[in-house]
Design a protein around this ligand. Structure first.
Ligand SMILES: NC(=O)c1ccc[n+]([C@@H]2O[C@H](COP(=O)([O-])OP(=O)(O)OC[C@H]3O[C@@H](n4cnc5c(N)ncnc54)[C@H](OP(=O)(O)O)[C@@H]3O)[C@@H](O)[C@H]2O)c1
Length: 357
């Protein structure tokens, strides 16, 4: 296992993060307490130290399972959890509705962090993420609130999930000017099926010294080969145990998944390993999930995979998406003319590594 520096936090995190969203309860599509422990042990045995959870995952049971595991050797692990999203009575009738239990504001943040610390039996959280941007706040006020928690020692670092790039940029600028705890990392969906991150967020993060992590790097299991190869498989998440189902995937998505299988066969490794390596070689740290220990062991094969330029090109082409208009100007069919216009006719003599692509 190799380790990466997580943005401005300086934290050394393993090159593969482990998400615990499907851990905790004995329910279809989830890993019960014993299996959750086996998954975390298999990951940590290979040097994994970077864990992710959230209060909303299985109504706190994911955090509980994570807390039990990391408390065996607390200092060794980088524990991250989130605030903003909570269960509500529509998902679980035992939970009362309350407008201040969710959201980006300070009361929600403080109450959520207190709850997470209690459930995980920890004194501090290594990194707190906003779970999603709820469009109710100015990011400057959020940055000040999280800085208070950092001052109190309850949270060490901060990150954002599912937040527009312009909000990220404003938040980092405010923190830098005021000397507050900066945004160290971002967390968004990124995989060979979903590449939106490449247009705004990755360049934004690179410019501002923020690390980028990818949730659902296997697209919820779609890129593991089990839906595309002739193999027997157990009932799984995309069979209807979760929000996404197999029906959400297009014929083009299946072409991408078969390309992953083809490259895995060529390299003698697993499809999961190839899908994770593609994310990593695009400069993003994959945060994988698992329902069984066998799955995480299969995914960890990624540690010994290096995709060649040709492999990357084949995967990039199979999964290419259309660029938004602003970027397409410099990237699409007319780009050579447009680039030349902006270069006063001297494009070949100007070094500009900033072009999108
Ligand atoms: N910030 C956010 O909004 C957000 C959103 C989603 C997730 N996350 C975080 O990201 C983590 C990972 O997300 P994810 O669970 O969607 O990631 P994923 O790695 O794309 O999907 C994991 C699922 O794929 C299947 N799987 C995993 N490895 C496999 C293997 N080797 N062979 C066959 N099937 C395999 C399992 O489901 P089945 O066995 O049921 O098929 C597993 O639950 C989460 O745990 C969470 O921490 C964050």
């Amino acid at each position: 296992m190799r380790y990466k520096i997580l943005g401005r936090s300086g934290l050394r995190v393993s090159e593969l993060a482990l998400g615990t969203m499907m851990m905790g309860p004995e329910e279809p599509g989830r890993a019960g307490p014993l299996e959750s422990r086996r998954i975390m042990e298999a990951y940590a045995e290979q040097g994994g130290n970077f864990f992710d959870s959230a209060p909303v995952y299985n109504n706190g049971q994911s955090e509980q399972a994570l807390g039990e595991f990391v408390n065996t050797d607390r200092e060794r692990y980088v524990v991250t959890t989130k605030y903003t999203n909570v269960m509500y009575s529509g998902l679980d009738p035992r939970i009362p509705d309350d407008p201040n239990r969710g959201g980006n504001h300070k009361k929600s943040m403080v109450q959520s962090v207190e709850g997470s610390l209690r459930r995980m039996n920890l004194d501090y959280i290594d990194l707190l993420w906003i779970h999603l941007w709820d469009f109710s706040m100015d990011i400057e006020d959020v940055m000040r609130s999280v800085n208070d928690l950092v001052q109190q020692g309850k949270v060490l670092h901060f990150g954002l999930c599912n937040t527009p790039a312009w909000v990220v940029a404003r938040g980092q600028t405010a923190a830098t000017i005021r000397g507050w705890e900066p945004i160290s990392a971002l967390q968004y969906q990124y995989n060979l099926i979903e590449r939106d991150l490449e247009f705004e967020l990755i360049p934004c993060a690179n410019a501002l010294g923020i690390a980028v992590t990818a949730f659902s790097p296997l697209s919820g299991g779609f890129l593991t080969g089990k839906y595309t190869r002739d193999v027997e498989r157990e009932s799984s998440r995309l069979d209807g145990n979760w929000f996404d189902t197999l029906e959400n995937y297009s014929e083009q998505d299946f072409i991408v998944a078969r390309k992953v299988d083809e490259i895995a066969d060529r390299l003698g490794t697993s499809s999961s390993a190839v899908a994770l390596s593609w994310v990593q070689q695009r400069g993003v740290l994959p945060m994988v999930g698992a329902r069984t220990a066998e799955q995480i062991i299969d995914s960890l094969k990624f540690l010994s995979v290096e995709l060649s330029d040709e492999d990357m090109q084949e995967l990039n082409q199979a999964s290419a998406t259309e660029w938004p208009w602003t970027y397409n100007l410099m990237q699409g069919e007319r780009s050579s003319v447009i680039r030349q216009l902006a270069a006063g006719g001297m494009l070949e003599q100007i070094d500009n590594p900033g072009f999108p692509g």
